[in-house]
Design a protein. Structure first.
Length: 71
């Protein structure tokens, strides 16, 4: 069985499966973060830390970076 799996990955057929696993993992991470952030006590803690202020302070720098990048 393991010989068949390694044989398929050597031919390039395993990259689709690996990509599917990677995207599935990313989807699970995003889903988990959404579940954590939907908790009211977590939202209160984030509001106390001022995460929103940090994001709004970084926005002008990000916009400037994208303008420079497009030149």
């Amino acid at each position: 069985m393991s010989h068949e799996i390694t044989h398929h990955t050597e031919n390039g057929n395993g990259t689709d499966k690996e990509t599917l696993y990677m995207l599935g993992g990313v989807a699970l991470v995003i889903f988990g973060a959404g579940l954590i952030l939907s908790n009211p006590s977590v939202r209160k803690q984030l509001a106390n830390l001022g995460i929103g202020n940090l994001a709004s302070a970084a926005l002008p720098d990000i916009e400037k970076y994208f303008r420079l990048r497009s030149m």
